[in-house]
Design a protein around this ligand. Structure first.
Ligand SMILES: [Zn+2]
Ligand SMILES: [Zn+2]
Length: 368
Protein backbone atom coordinates (compact mmCIF):
# COMPACT_ATOMS: atom_id res chain seq x y z
CA UNK A 1 0.00 0.00 0.00
CA UNK A 2 1.34 3.38 -0.93
CA UNK A 3 1.78 5.60 2.08
CA UNK A 4 1.65 8.99 0.39
CA UNK A 5 -1.99 9.38 1.45
CA UNK A 6 -1.72 8.23 5.07
CA UNK A 7 -3.03 11.67 6.07
CA UNK A 8 -6.50 10.56 4.95
CA UNK A 9 -6.18 6.81 5.49
CA UNK A 10 -3.62 5.54 8.00
CA UNK A 11 -2.04 2.19 7.22
CA UNK A 12 -3.27 0.34 10.26
CA UNK A 13 -6.40 0.93 12.26
CA UNK A 14 -9.18 -1.09 13.79
CA UNK A 15 -12.58 -0.39 12.23
CA UNK A 16 -15.24 0.22 14.90
CA UNK A 17 -17.74 -1.96 13.05
CA UNK A 18 -17.92 -3.78 9.74
CA UNK A 19 -19.98 -2.37 6.87
CA UNK A 20 -22.00 -4.92 4.88
CA UNK A 21 -20.39 -3.76 1.65
CA UNK A 22 -16.83 -4.24 0.53
CA UNK A 23 -14.48 -1.29 0.81
CA UNK A 24 -16.59 0.86 3.13
CA UNK A 25 -14.88 1.95 6.34
CA UNK A 26 -16.95 2.83 9.42
CA UNK A 27 -15.38 5.05 12.07
CA UNK A 28 -11.68 5.23 12.96
CA UNK A 29 -9.08 7.78 11.86
CA UNK A 30 -9.93 7.55 8.14
CA UNK A 31 -13.57 8.55 8.67
CA UNK A 32 -12.47 11.27 11.10
CA UNK A 33 -9.91 12.63 8.59
CA UNK A 34 -12.68 12.78 5.98
CA UNK A 35 -15.00 14.78 8.24
CA UNK A 36 -12.25 17.21 9.23
CA UNK A 37 -11.11 17.79 5.66
CA UNK A 38 -14.61 18.27 4.25
CA UNK A 39 -15.47 20.43 7.27
CA UNK A 40 -12.57 22.80 6.55
CA UNK A 41 -13.35 22.97 2.82
CA UNK A 42 -17.10 23.50 3.21
CA UNK A 43 -17.00 25.92 6.14
CA UNK A 44 -14.41 28.13 4.40
CA UNK A 45 -16.63 28.22 1.30
CA UNK A 46 -19.75 29.04 3.33
CA UNK A 47 -18.04 31.75 5.39
CA UNK A 48 -16.43 33.21 2.25
CA UNK A 49 -19.81 33.22 0.49
CA UNK A 50 -21.43 35.05 3.41
CA UNK A 51 -18.56 37.52 3.14
CA UNK A 52 -19.23 37.83 -0.59
CA UNK A 53 -22.90 38.61 0.12
CA UNK A 54 -21.94 41.26 2.67
CA UNK A 55 -19.36 42.74 0.30
CA UNK A 56 -21.81 42.87 -2.62
CA UNK A 57 -24.41 44.66 -0.48
CA UNK A 58 -22.00 47.14 1.08
CA UNK A 59 -19.43 47.80 -1.66
CA UNK A 60 -19.54 48.65 -5.33
CA UNK A 61 -18.64 45.39 -7.11
CA UNK A 62 -18.28 45.24 -10.86
CA UNK A 63 -16.80 43.41 -13.77
CA UNK A 64 -13.42 42.77 -12.07
CA UNK A 65 -15.04 40.68 -9.31
CA UNK A 66 -17.68 39.01 -11.49
CA UNK A 67 -15.38 38.26 -14.43
CA UNK A 68 -13.09 36.45 -11.96
CA UNK A 69 -16.18 34.53 -10.82
CA UNK A 70 -17.14 33.56 -14.38
CA UNK A 71 -13.63 32.69 -15.54
CA UNK A 72 -13.01 30.58 -12.42
CA UNK A 73 -16.43 28.93 -12.76
CA UNK A 74 -15.63 27.79 -16.31
CA UNK A 75 -12.18 26.56 -15.23
CA UNK A 76 -13.34 24.50 -12.24
CA UNK A 77 -16.37 23.22 -14.17
CA UNK A 78 -13.99 21.77 -16.77
CA UNK A 79 -11.66 20.56 -14.01
CA UNK A 80 -14.37 18.70 -12.09
CA UNK A 81 -16.29 17.30 -15.08
CA UNK A 82 -13.29 16.30 -17.18
CA UNK A 83 -10.60 15.86 -14.52
CA UNK A 84 -12.07 14.45 -11.32
CA UNK A 85 -14.96 12.75 -13.06
CA UNK A 86 -14.47 11.60 -16.64
CA UNK A 87 -10.70 11.05 -16.52
CA UNK A 88 -9.60 10.09 -13.03
CA UNK A 89 -12.77 8.25 -11.95
CA UNK A 90 -13.91 6.69 -15.19
CA UNK A 91 -10.83 6.66 -17.47
CA UNK A 92 -12.92 7.95 -20.35
CA UNK A 93 -9.77 8.80 -22.34
CA UNK A 94 -6.00 8.68 -22.11
CA UNK A 95 -3.55 11.56 -21.79
CA UNK A 96 0.14 12.17 -21.23
CA UNK A 97 1.68 13.05 -17.84
CA UNK A 98 1.62 16.86 -18.35
CA UNK A 99 -2.03 16.82 -19.39
CA UNK A 100 -2.92 14.51 -16.49
CA UNK A 101 -1.25 16.85 -14.05
CA UNK A 102 -2.93 19.91 -15.60
CA UNK A 103 -6.44 18.45 -15.37
CA UNK A 104 -5.73 17.21 -11.84
CA UNK A 105 -4.75 20.73 -10.74
CA UNK A 106 -7.75 22.22 -12.58
CA UNK A 107 -10.05 19.77 -10.80
CA UNK A 108 -8.60 20.50 -7.36
CA UNK A 109 -9.04 24.24 -7.96
CA UNK A 110 -12.71 23.50 -7.20
CA UNK A 111 -11.57 22.68 -3.64
CA UNK A 112 -13.51 19.39 -3.47
CA UNK A 113 -10.67 17.33 -1.89
CA UNK A 114 -7.89 15.60 -3.78
CA UNK A 115 -8.32 13.77 -7.07
CA UNK A 116 -7.55 10.58 -5.16
CA UNK A 117 -10.37 11.07 -2.66
CA UNK A 118 -12.92 12.40 -5.15
CA UNK A 119 -12.38 9.64 -7.71
CA UNK A 120 -12.36 6.83 -5.11
CA UNK A 121 -15.58 8.15 -3.54
CA UNK A 122 -17.26 8.48 -6.93
CA UNK A 123 -16.25 4.97 -7.96
CA UNK A 124 -18.04 3.72 -4.86
CA UNK A 125 -21.14 5.69 -5.89
CA UNK A 126 -21.17 3.81 -9.20
CA UNK A 127 -20.45 0.45 -7.55
CA UNK A 128 -23.59 0.66 -5.38
CA UNK A 129 -25.77 3.38 -6.99
CA UNK A 130 -28.75 3.92 -4.66
CA UNK A 131 -28.14 0.60 -2.89
CA UNK A 132 -26.45 -0.29 0.41
CA UNK A 133 -22.86 0.93 0.16
CA UNK A 134 -23.55 4.03 -1.98
CA UNK A 135 -21.61 6.97 -0.58
CA UNK A 136 -24.28 9.56 -1.40
CA UNK A 137 -27.77 8.46 -2.28
CA UNK A 138 -31.05 10.29 -1.61
CA UNK A 139 -32.64 6.91 -0.87
CA UNK A 140 -30.21 5.19 1.48
CA UNK A 141 -27.69 6.60 3.98
CA UNK A 142 -24.03 5.73 4.52
CA UNK A 143 -24.95 2.82 6.81
CA UNK A 144 -27.55 1.43 4.39
CA UNK A 145 -30.70 2.78 6.12
CA UNK A 146 -33.64 3.97 4.02
CA UNK A 147 -34.51 7.68 4.29
CA UNK A 148 -37.51 9.90 3.69
CA UNK A 149 -37.39 11.98 0.52
CA UNK A 150 -36.40 15.33 2.04
CA UNK A 151 -33.90 13.89 4.49
CA UNK A 152 -32.43 11.86 1.64
CA UNK A 153 -32.02 14.93 -0.53
CA UNK A 154 -30.15 16.66 2.30
CA UNK A 155 -27.90 13.66 2.99
CA UNK A 156 -27.07 13.18 -0.71
CA UNK A 157 -26.34 16.91 -1.06
CA UNK A 158 -24.08 17.73 1.91
CA UNK A 159 -24.93 15.33 4.76
CA UNK A 160 -22.79 12.46 3.47
CA UNK A 161 -19.67 14.60 3.85
CA UNK A 162 -20.03 14.37 7.61
CA UNK A 163 -21.20 10.82 8.32
CA UNK A 164 -18.72 8.43 9.95
CA UNK A 165 -18.08 6.27 6.89
CA UNK A 166 -15.50 6.59 4.17
CA UNK A 167 -14.18 4.75 1.11
CA UNK A 168 -11.26 2.34 1.41
CA UNK A 169 -8.52 3.65 -0.86
CA UNK A 170 -7.11 0.15 -1.32
CA UNK A 171 -10.37 -0.89 -2.95
CA UNK A 172 -11.57 2.20 -4.82
CA UNK A 173 -8.23 3.91 -5.34
CA UNK A 174 -6.81 1.22 -7.64
CA UNK A 175 -4.74 2.79 -10.38
CA UNK A 176 -4.74 6.08 -8.44
CA UNK A 177 -2.78 5.36 -5.25
CA UNK A 178 0.38 4.64 -7.25
CA UNK A 179 -0.11 7.29 -9.97
CA UNK A 180 2.60 9.99 -9.55
CA UNK A 181 0.36 12.80 -10.88
CA UNK A 182 -2.46 11.81 -8.54
CA UNK A 183 -0.12 11.65 -5.55
CA UNK A 184 1.43 15.03 -6.43
CA UNK A 185 -2.05 16.60 -6.59
CA UNK A 186 -3.03 14.88 -3.34
CA UNK A 187 0.10 16.09 -1.53
CA UNK A 188 -0.38 19.67 -2.73
CA UNK A 189 -4.17 19.83 -2.32
CA UNK A 190 -4.14 22.55 0.35
CA UNK A 191 -1.69 24.65 -1.65
CA UNK A 192 -3.85 24.32 -4.78
CA UNK A 193 -6.97 25.21 -2.75
CA UNK A 194 -5.32 28.36 -1.34
CA UNK A 195 -4.03 29.32 -4.78
CA UNK A 196 -7.51 28.88 -6.28
CA UNK A 197 -9.48 30.64 -3.54
CA UNK A 198 -7.12 33.47 -2.62
CA UNK A 199 -3.97 33.95 -4.73
CA UNK A 200 -5.55 33.55 -8.17
CA UNK A 201 -8.45 36.00 -7.51
CA UNK A 202 -6.00 38.47 -5.91
CA UNK A 203 -3.76 38.40 -9.00
CA UNK A 204 -6.87 38.84 -11.19
CA UNK A 205 -7.92 41.88 -9.15
CA UNK A 206 -4.47 43.47 -9.44
CA UNK A 207 -4.26 42.74 -13.18
CA UNK A 208 -7.67 44.11 -14.16
CA UNK A 209 -8.57 46.50 -11.36
CA UNK A 210 -6.37 47.50 -8.46
CA UNK A 211 -5.67 46.75 -4.79
CA UNK A 212 -9.13 48.01 -3.80
CA UNK A 213 -10.65 45.05 -5.70
CA UNK A 214 -8.60 42.33 -3.98
CA UNK A 215 -10.95 41.49 -1.08
CA UNK A 216 -14.12 41.54 -3.18
CA UNK A 217 -12.55 39.39 -5.91
CA UNK A 218 -11.29 36.81 -3.38
CA UNK A 219 -14.74 36.57 -1.77
CA UNK A 220 -16.78 36.53 -5.00
CA UNK A 221 -14.34 35.07 -7.54
CA UNK A 222 -12.80 32.61 -5.05
CA UNK A 223 -14.91 31.34 -2.18
CA UNK A 224 -18.39 32.11 -3.54
CA UNK A 225 -17.51 30.72 -6.98
CA UNK A 226 -16.45 27.43 -5.36
CA UNK A 227 -19.55 27.22 -3.15
CA UNK A 228 -21.95 28.14 -5.98
CA UNK A 229 -20.47 25.46 -8.24
CA UNK A 230 -20.27 22.88 -5.42
CA UNK A 231 -24.05 23.06 -5.11
CA UNK A 232 -24.46 21.89 -8.70
CA UNK A 233 -21.94 19.07 -8.34
CA UNK A 234 -23.72 17.94 -5.17
CA UNK A 235 -27.01 18.67 -6.93
CA UNK A 236 -26.25 15.91 -9.44
CA UNK A 237 -25.96 13.51 -6.47
CA UNK A 238 -29.15 14.72 -4.80
CA UNK A 239 -31.56 16.34 -7.30
CA UNK A 240 -30.00 14.38 -10.16
CA UNK A 241 -31.07 11.12 -8.51
CA UNK A 242 -34.67 12.26 -7.86
CA UNK A 243 -35.88 14.86 -10.38
CA UNK A 244 -35.65 14.53 -14.15
CA UNK A 245 -36.23 11.95 -16.85
CA UNK A 246 -34.82 8.45 -17.31
CA UNK A 247 -33.83 7.20 -20.73
CA UNK A 248 -32.67 4.00 -18.99
CA UNK A 249 -35.14 3.32 -16.16
CA UNK A 250 -34.98 0.65 -13.48
CA UNK A 251 -31.28 0.44 -12.74
CA UNK A 252 -31.00 3.23 -10.13
CA UNK A 253 -32.49 6.63 -9.35
CA UNK A 254 -30.22 8.61 -11.69
CA UNK A 255 -31.97 11.19 -13.88
CA UNK A 256 -31.29 13.36 -16.89
CA UNK A 257 -31.86 16.90 -15.63
CA UNK A 258 -31.33 19.65 -18.22
CA UNK A 259 -30.75 22.44 -15.69
CA UNK A 260 -28.11 20.45 -13.79
CA UNK A 261 -26.55 19.51 -17.14
CA UNK A 262 -26.30 23.13 -18.23
CA UNK A 263 -24.77 24.21 -14.93
CA UNK A 264 -22.24 21.33 -14.81
CA UNK A 265 -21.23 21.44 -18.49
CA UNK A 266 -22.92 18.10 -19.17
CA UNK A 267 -22.68 15.93 -16.06
CA UNK A 268 -26.38 16.50 -15.31
CA UNK A 269 -27.24 13.99 -18.09
CA UNK A 270 -26.74 11.64 -15.21
CA UNK A 271 -29.03 8.78 -16.25
CA UNK A 272 -27.11 8.54 -19.54
CA UNK A 273 -23.91 8.57 -17.53
CA UNK A 274 -24.98 5.77 -15.19
CA UNK A 275 -25.86 3.62 -18.22
CA UNK A 276 -22.46 4.20 -19.87
CA UNK A 277 -20.13 5.47 -17.12
CA UNK A 278 -16.93 5.02 -19.12
CA UNK A 279 -18.12 7.18 -22.01
CA UNK A 280 -16.40 10.57 -22.30
CA UNK A 281 -19.80 12.05 -23.23
CA UNK A 282 -22.75 12.47 -20.89
CA UNK A 283 -25.00 13.92 -23.61
CA UNK A 284 -26.27 11.30 -26.06
CA UNK A 285 -28.48 13.38 -28.37
CA UNK A 286 -27.59 16.60 -30.16
CA UNK A 287 -29.93 18.57 -27.89
CA UNK A 288 -28.23 17.27 -24.73
CA UNK A 289 -25.69 20.06 -24.32
CA UNK A 290 -22.43 18.59 -23.02
CA UNK A 291 -19.79 21.34 -22.99
CA UNK A 292 -17.17 19.15 -21.31
CA UNK A 293 -17.78 16.50 -23.97
CA UNK A 294 -17.20 19.09 -26.73
CA UNK A 295 -13.96 20.15 -25.01
CA UNK A 296 -12.76 16.52 -24.87
CA UNK A 297 -13.51 16.19 -28.62
CA UNK A 298 -11.53 19.37 -29.28
CA UNK A 299 -8.62 18.12 -27.17
CA UNK A 300 -8.77 14.83 -29.08
CA UNK A 301 -8.52 16.73 -32.41
CA UNK A 302 -5.60 18.71 -30.96
CA UNK A 303 -3.82 15.48 -30.02
CA UNK A 304 -3.86 16.26 -26.29
CA UNK A 305 -5.99 13.21 -25.39
CA UNK A 306 -6.66 9.92 -27.16
CA UNK A 307 -8.48 6.60 -26.95
CA UNK A 308 -11.67 8.55 -26.13
CA UNK A 309 -14.45 6.18 -25.01
CA UNK A 310 -17.84 6.51 -26.69
CA UNK A 311 -21.22 4.97 -25.83
CA UNK A 312 -23.20 3.26 -28.61
CA UNK A 313 -25.76 5.35 -30.49
CA UNK A 314 -29.38 5.06 -29.30
CA UNK A 315 -32.67 5.47 -31.20
CA UNK A 316 -36.31 4.90 -30.27
CA UNK A 317 -37.90 1.63 -31.39
CA UNK A 318 -41.53 1.26 -32.53
CA UNK A 319 -42.74 1.07 -28.89
CA UNK A 320 -40.95 4.31 -27.94
CA UNK A 321 -38.18 2.66 -25.89
CA UNK A 322 -34.56 3.69 -26.36
CA UNK A 323 -32.49 0.92 -27.91
CA UNK A 324 -29.01 0.73 -29.36
CA UNK A 325 -29.20 1.62 -33.06
CA UNK A 326 -27.08 -1.38 -34.07
CA UNK A 327 -29.19 -3.83 -32.05
CA UNK A 328 -32.41 -2.43 -33.49
CA UNK A 329 -31.05 -2.68 -37.03
CA UNK A 330 -29.98 -6.29 -36.41
CA UNK A 331 -33.40 -7.11 -34.98
CA UNK A 332 -35.20 -5.53 -37.93
CA UNK A 333 -32.98 -7.39 -40.38
CA UNK A 334 -33.73 -10.69 -38.69
CA UNK A 335 -37.47 -10.01 -38.90
CA UNK A 336 -37.50 -9.11 -42.58
CA UNK A 337 -38.45 -12.57 -43.88
CA UNK A 338 -41.49 -12.69 -41.58
CA UNK A 339 -42.72 -9.30 -42.76
CA UNK A 340 -42.37 -10.51 -46.33
CA UNK A 341 -44.33 -13.61 -45.50
CA UNK A 342 -47.31 -11.58 -44.31
CA UNK A 343 -47.34 -9.50 -47.46
CA UNK A 344 -46.76 -12.13 -50.11
CA UNK A 345 -47.39 -15.40 -48.34
CA UNK A 346 -43.80 -16.45 -48.87
CA UNK A 347 -41.21 -17.76 -46.44
CA UNK A 348 -42.12 -17.88 -42.74
CA UNK A 349 -39.33 -16.95 -40.36
CA UNK A 350 -39.53 -17.84 -36.71
CA UNK A 351 -37.47 -15.40 -34.65
CA UNK A 352 -39.19 -15.64 -31.24
CA UNK A 353 -36.57 -18.08 -30.00
CA UNK A 354 -33.70 -15.71 -30.86
CA UNK A 355 -35.51 -12.77 -29.29
CA UNK A 356 -36.07 -14.40 -25.92
CA UNK A 357 -32.48 -15.67 -25.95
CA UNK A 358 -30.98 -12.22 -26.38
CA UNK A 359 -33.29 -10.70 -23.76
CA UNK A 360 -32.26 -13.30 -21.23
CA UNK A 361 -28.60 -12.45 -21.84
CA UNK A 362 -29.32 -8.71 -21.45
CA UNK A 363 -31.27 -9.25 -18.25
CA UNK A 364 -28.45 -11.34 -16.85
CA UNK A 365 -25.92 -8.63 -17.73
CA UNK A 366 -28.02 -5.92 -16.09
CA UNK A 367 -28.32 -7.98 -12.92
CA UNK A 368 -24.58 -8.62 -12.91
ZN1 LIG B 1 -25.16 9.10 -9.69
ZN1 LIG C 1 -19.58 9.01 -12.69
Amino acid sequence: MATAFRDIQPESYEPEQAHPQHGVIIGGPAARAKRIEYGILLSSMVLGSLGALYWTLTHATGWVEWSAFLFGYILINMGVGIGYHRFYTHRAFEAGPKMRLAIGIMAQMACQASVLKWAADHRRHHAFSDRVGDIHSPYIDGHGKKMSKWKGLGIAHFGWLFDNTTSDMNVYGKGLIDDPQVLWCHKHRWGIAIFSSIIFPAIWALMFGGPEHIIGTILIGGFFRNFFFLNFVMGVNSIGHVFGSQRFPGKDGSRNNWFMAWMTFGDGWHNNHHQHPRSAYAGMMWWEVDVNGYIISLWEKMGLVWNVQRAPKYVRDSTGNWVQEKKLAAKQASREPEEMSQADGGLMFQDAKNDSGSETTEAALTKA
